[in-house]
Write a protein that binds this ligand. Structure first.
Ligand SMILES: [Zn+2]
Length: 69
């Protein structure tokens, strides 16, 4: 189960459904009661309630800035 509390700005999430552009990766623009996401392919932005987002996420890819070589 995805924990929304672990999601932060600039993390990338993979959704179960593809965007019409064929992409299913989204960058988190802002978090809160509603999350704002930006499609990493076509740059379309969407705003969705946290609960809706939690159901649509397949996996999370952290922006992973802590282990830079
Ligand atoms: Zn898109």
């Amino acid at each position: 189960m995805i924990k929304l509390s672990e999601l932060k700005q600039n993390d990338t999430v993979v959704t179960k459904k593809n965007h019409p552009c064929g992409n299913n990766r989204w960058k988190i623009v802002s978090t809160g009661v509603d999350f704002k996401l930006c499609c990493t392919k076509c740059a379309h932005t969407v705003i969705m309630p946290a609960e809706t987002l939690r159901k649509s996420i397949k996996s999370v890819e952290s922006s992973g800035s802590d282990s830079e070589a």
